[in-house]
Design a binder for this molecule. Structure first.
Ligand code: AMP
Length: 223
């Protein structure tokens, strides 16, 4: 099963991706998490990416495309994957198509998390993430609290607000999303893989909608 999650920051893609990937046994590949981990480790890619991430703009295509191609070439992604936050530009989508064509594979679904701007802003301002970048679990002050305040349920590390979730950078990230990422909605509509879902829905009902839809994709593939 090869799935992409597309949508604005704060649409709930990461929250759903963790759950869906675990349920389906496929790797959750978040370019945001990969880049934050690289930045924290001080690697060459991380150093290159950090300035863009701190400003809330996109890391250059060639850097992200290279990182994703390396990740997709690992054995655990051979039978399927869930890409969260990638592609974000038309050249990234074209690069992904080229990788899939070489592997004689195709995307099963691109879920587009259509989400009103007020919901996005509310979600981002209450978001807390695990400070351990290789865990990267996500919480929310009102809607998704950890069992113990300020501590990650999964790994026990302290939680923190994301630096790029402040008001100024949220504005930048939303405007970058509108300019550079929304053309992908038409791109995948043309490919016939786009499936809009409501990002404003609660976590469990939305997960059920996606799971039910994926079951129909699986049926068609085996028909
Ligand atoms: P996210 O965690 O998906 O909100 O991503 C955080 C930041 O990482 C973004 O604001 C970008 O600077 C960078 N980033 C993540 N994914 C991509 C991508 N596909 N293309 C370019 N930059 C990205």
């Amino acid at each position: 099963m090869r799935v992409v999650f597309l949508g604005p920051p704060g649409a709930g893609k990461g929250t759903q991706a963790v759950r869906l990937a675990a349920a389906r046994g496929i790797p959750h590949i978040s370019t945001g998490n990969m880049l934050r981990e690289a930045a924290a480790s001080g690697s060459a890619i991380g150093r290159e990416a950090k300035g863009y991430m701190d400003r809330g703009t996109l890391v250059p295509d060639e850097v992200v495309i290279r990182a994703v191609e390396e990740r997709l070439s690992r054995p655990d992604a051979a039978a399927g994957f869930l890409l969260d936050g990638y592609p974000r530009t038309v050249p990234q989508a074209q690069a992904l198509d080229a990788v899939l064509a070489r592997a004689r594979a195709r995307l099963d679904r691109v879920y587009y998390f259509a989400t009103p701007e007020d919901v996005v802003v509310r979600r981002l301002s209450g978001r807390r993430t695990c400070s351990n970048k290789s865990c990267a679990a996500v919480y929310h002050l009102q809607t998704l609290r950890p069992k113990k305040q300020g501590v990650c349920d999964t790994c026990g590390s302290p939680l923190e607000g994301r630096a790029d979730d402040d008001e100024e950078r949220v504005k930048t990230r939303l405007s970058v999303y509108h300019k550079q990422t929304t053309p992908l909605i038409a791109y995948y509509q043309r490919q016939g893989t786009l499936k809009p879902v409501e990002g404003a829905m609660d976590i469990e009902p939305l997960l059920a909608v996606i799971q039910a839809d994926l079951a129909t994709v699986g049926e068609k593939a085996h028909a």
